[in-house]
Ligand binder design. Structure first.
Ligand SMILES: Cc1ncc(COP(=O)(O)O)c(C=O)c1O
Ligand SMILES: N[C@@H](CCCC[NH3+])C(=O)O
Length: 429
């Protein structure tokens, strides 16, 4: 599919000329096409509504967590999940309705749990026995109060994805293991404490998954767990949270099914399980599929290096500090020239960053037309886990974030200054 352009032939993002964005806000720059975010949320919702399910689309905000993004999630009547006190704080700063927040994490601290209770977070997704006990103690301080919880289980399903982002297998740091009986024990403990309102279970099998089979298997397994708890513990769940992980296209070689089709398969599978109680509400937690395709990164070309017989190196003004994914997971991306995104590539280069690491290769095989210093490149599909995993390595400031929608651009995160870099440093003179 060709990239959207304006009359000048320049790449547009959310209807705004990408060269104009680079000039106005400087590079490196994160830019989001906000309509694409809204469209994906709405596409998920349509599947649930067409199949008459009670549901929640809970945006996994670890993929991209800023005040503006929580505001968009609120405008779209999404739930969100958070995995740290910092994400929770940001959601609160955005005035996000706390009843629609789920709090995840495999090692939530007492401080974070107290913060969640003080803010009246809707659901705490309990991950382990330590947390079950700790949360029980904290709730006992206010005996009249109850807290909605989900139990995170590891269903023993291995998703076909990078090992670092696979989470549903038994040998995982997350959740109560099902096959060894730990999940059952956790359910018994949770039901024995009247201050816990056990909504149901949660499982997340991994991220950037293309094969629907893992989700079908996980849904069957989760349904069996709920049947078992119903039979043995006289328990009826009201929520089944099947997590996120729906894969997206990063390059032309990726050909995932539309993210909402995963949900359709999950719902069909669940309906076929003939549960001995009313169908629970189904919650999903997509992160990448909501913000990934909507995000672009703009960079300016600087130096290059040519050695006879080797592929050229072309360097841009950012790199692993603003997008760690290629260095961490060998993730692949595509770049286009912002002034002519549909130009035919004429060269295969290493597109590298400016960080002091040989592994700082943003795109190992970037297929580009001829480029000069000063040209702006746009890297596509980088809205998930780019900004949220950014660092100040080499003391490079984290770039600004701009939201573009209906031809308007708005700065939603300021570029860090050098002063920001030293603001927490104290003297040792
Ligand atoms: C518990 C949980 N839910 C949701 C997600 C979101 O996953 P994704 O961004 O792949 O949709 C993750 C990340 O893998 C997760 O750990
Ligand atoms: N950060 C990962 C995904 C982790 C998902 C969180 N459990 C990525 O960029 O692919």
């Amino acid at each position: 599919m060709s990239d959207p352009t304006n009359d000048a032939g320049h790449l547009t993002i959310g209807g705004v000329d990408s060269l104009q964005l680079a000039e106005q806000f400087q590079t490196p720059l994160y830019v989001y096409d906000v309509s694409a975010i809204r469209d994906q949320i709405r596409a998920f919702k349509r599947v649930f509504e067409a199949q008459h399910f009670n549901y929640a689309v809970s945006y996994a905000s670890k993929a991209f967590a800023t005040i503006a993004m929580y505001q968009v999630a609120k405008q779209e009547a999404c739930h969100v999940d958070v995995v740290s006190g910092g994400e929770l704080y940001t959601a609160a700063q955005a005035d996000f309705p706390m009843a629609d927040v789920s709090f995840h994490g495999n090692n939530k601290s007492e401080k974070e749990l107290r913060e969640a209770l003080a803010l009246k977070v809707g659901t705490i997704v309990v991950d382990n026995f330590y947390e079950l006990q700790l949360l029980g103690h904290l709730l006992a301080e206010t005996p009249e109060r109850t807290q909605n919880i989900l139990l995170r289980v590891t269903p023993g399903i291995s998703a076909h994805t990078h090992a670092y982002i696979s989470t549903g297998q038994t040998d995982s740091k997350f959740g109560f293991d099902v096959d060894s009986g730990l999940a059952f024990k956790a359910a018994k403990l949770a039901l024995a404490n009247p201050q816990f309102n056990l909504l149901g279970i949660h499982a997340h099998i991994g991220s950037q998954i293309f094969d629907v089979a893992g989700f079908i298997g996980a849904t069957q397994k989760l349904a069996n767990i709920l049947k078992d708890w119903h039979e043995q513990l006289d328990y009826t769940p009201s929520v089944l949270n099947v997590g996120g992980g729906f894969g997206i296209a990063y390059t032309k070689d990726d050909d995932p099914i539309p993210a909402e089709d995963f949900v359709e398969a999950i719902l069909k599978t669940l309906r076929a399980q003939n549960l001995p109680f009313d169908l629970p509400a189904v919650w999903i937690e997509p992160g990448r599929s909501i913000v990934g395709p909507a995000g672009f990164q703009l960079y300016t070309v600087g130096s290059s290096k040519n050695v006879e017989g080797l592929r050229p190196y072309i360097a841009i003004d950012g790199g692993m500090g603003d997008n760690l994914r290629p260095a961490l997971y060998q993730a692949e991306y595509e770049a286009v020239k912002a002034d002519d995104p549909n130009a035919q590539p004429t060269q295969d280069v290493h597109l590298v960053g400016k960080y002091c690491e040989s592994g700082d290769i943003l795109i190992n095989h970037a297929h580009l037309p001829a480029v000069q210093p000063g040209d702006v490149l746009a890297v596509k599909s980088c809205g998930a886990y780019g900004y949220s995993m950014a660092s100040n390595y080499n003391r490079n400031p984290i770039p600004a974030v701009v939201f573009a929608e209906n031809g308007q651009a708005k700065l939603v995160v300021r570029r860090q200054s050098y002063a920001d870099l030293t603001q927490n440093d104290l003297s040792y003179d």
